[in-house]
Design a protein around this ligand. Structure first.
Ligand code: ADP
Length: 484
């Protein structure tokens, strides 16, 4: 079992109180590196969620002014930075990502509290329109939308909630949060910090965990939750779209990806290879911005592949708490089996394994460590091109013309992240302008940052997180023509 001074209460948090499930039911949180139980968390359902919504609703009228809310964000930022080692340790144990990388995620989370603390006053300021029309002055106010329901996945246990809770609080919205059952402990630690260090009125932040179906169902069917921000699979996102119909809820959805990584024949191949390694193996390949399909110009295909393979062979896989480990385990057996299936499928359709182990040597029953794997001779019909692998697999696909790179890169209904590497900026930007992805790194495979809007096109979602647009998700615009 996990021991931590930040986990004094392994419970939900409703109306300022630490609470267990009404039923007394619990569910285990496992360490994916060794399968051992870390904790038992309450398995809550609809009734607890209804109470959390009621508490948040009651807190809404007395949400304090911008200055106080800014202090909450600043204090949270400072506390996260001060506690990054301990939060990172909890995160590493429940998720599997290396401890150092986990601490980087805590810093990333803190950057959202920092950004919204600094930008909220300007971001929320009313805008007086320049034109006087119909003898009126027109002002657009930004009103807090109300109680926000925030649902997060396991791949960034603190990063994903930071980009939702910071703008929600900045805008003046109380929140009801549902973390993923695989990784709730990091969030509980964050709640402990906020409970201990902020003078928060009851009901401003609430945490429920347990039955996704019941908690999600209650959030969606309640008329008191006008806004839901969700990060997770496209399937659940589509369900939420259906469920939002009754109360015409505002939805922010960050869904799946299938990122193309395009290497042109004039690219700096060493830099492109370094970027690919850093991007691809973050979180053991379990991020929605991880490159999923690697398109390499045929003139440099062999040279680029050789460079990548050399770097991949130097990576160390193991328990994320071991200092020299680069890649931890996959989060669960289903995640492992998906990677396994993608590799088996590709090899059966003619791909060649150039780094990693043959799938016959691997089994999720033994452990969840999947070696970083590179395959060549990949074609579009293989599962690894059709779906997000969400694991440490690099599939290399050759192309001959820029038109082919665009056509193949766009050959997916997803549209989250993409990357283009090449020295000729005009040529690269011509490609970028044709890609239907909300994020496109040029000569960098960096992911989102707090100051910039991030989100998907097509089946990858609705809305943006981060930046001014990320704040606007939590407000309603009210236009006031003033004829006086
Ligand atoms: P992933 O594949 O990343 O686990 P999911 O979409 O299954 O993606 O999960 C993301 C988050 O959505 C998790 O917190 C999960 O518990 C939650 N979730 C799953 N099913 C539902 C649902 N029917 N309604 C609301 N939330 C759900």
């Amino acid at each position: 079992m996990i021991e931590s001074y930040l986990l004094k209460n392994i419970s939900g948090y409703i109306d300022g109180q630490w609470v267990d499930a009404d039923s007394g039911r619990t569910v285990e949180v496992l360490n994916p590196a060794n399968g051992k139980t870390l904790a038992e968390i309450p398995y809550m359902a609809a009734d607890e969620t209804a109470r959390a919504i009621a508490a948040a609703k009651a807190a809404l009228p007395s949400m304090p002014d911008v200055a106080t809310r800014r202090e909450w964000l600043e204090d949270t930022r400072d506390a996260l930075i001060a506690e990054k080692e301990e939060i990172g340790r909890i995160l590493c144990l429940e998720h599997g990502k290396p401890w150092k990388e986990a601490q980087g995620e805590v810093e990333y989370a803190a950057s959202f509290f920092d950004y919204f603390a600094k930008s909220m006053e300007d971001g929320l300021a009313p805008e007086e329109l320049a034109d006087k029309v119909k003898d009126c002055t027109w002002t657009v106010y930004k009103r807090a939308i109300g109680v926000a329901g925030l649902i997060t996945p396991w791949n960034f246990p603190i990063g994903m909630i930071a980009k939702k809770i910071a703008p929600a609080i900045a805008a003046g919205c109380p929140v009801v949060i549902k973390p993923a059952t695989e990784t709730p402990l990091t969030m509980i630690a964050m709640f402990q910090i906020m409970h201990d260090r902020l003078d928060l009125p009851k009901g401003v932040i609430n945490l429920v965990m347990g039955s996704s179906k019941e908690i999600g169902g209650e959030l969606m069917s309640s008329p008191d939750v006008p806004m839901i921000s969700f990060t997770g699979s496209t399937g659940v996102g589509q369900l939420l779209i259906e469920q939002s119909r009754q109360h015409v809820k505002k939805l922010g959805l960050e869904l799946g990806g299938n990122a193309p990584f395009i290497v042109l024949d004039d690219a700096d191949l060493d830099s492109a290879a370094d970027n690919l390694i850093a991007n691809k193996f973050r979180g053991c390949g379990q991020t929605c911005v991880c490159a999923n399909r690697i398109f390499v110009h045929s003139n440099v295909y062999k040279e680029f592949t050789d460079k990548v393979v050399e770097k991949v062979k130097a990576l160390k896989v193991g328990d994320g708490m071991d200092e020299d480990v680069d890649i931890g385990p996959l989060v669960n057996a289903a995640g492992f089996d998906k990677v396994h299936d993608h590799v088996k499928d590709a090899l059966s359709k003619g791909a060649t394994l150039v780094a990693g182990k043959h799938p016959d040597e691997l089994d999720s029953d033994k452990n969840l460590f999947y070696p970083p794997t590179v395959i060549t001779d990949v074609t579009h019909d293989m599962l690894c091109c059709q779906e997000e692998t969400f694991g440490p697999l690099i599939p290399m696909i050759a192309f001959d013309t820029d038109e082919q790179a665009v056509q193949q890169g766009n050959d997916t209904e997803f549209g989250l992240a993409s990357y283009v590497f090449g020295k000729d900026a005009k040529r690269a930007h011509k490609i970028i302008a044709q890609l239907h992805f909300g994020h496109c790194g040029y000569n960098t495979a960096t992911g989102p940052a707090a100051h910039a809007p991030f989100g998907g096109m097509l089946h990858s979602g609705i809305g943006r997180e981060g930046g001014h647009d990320g704040l606007l998700e939590y407000v309603e615009l009210q236009t006031v023509p003033d004829g006086s």
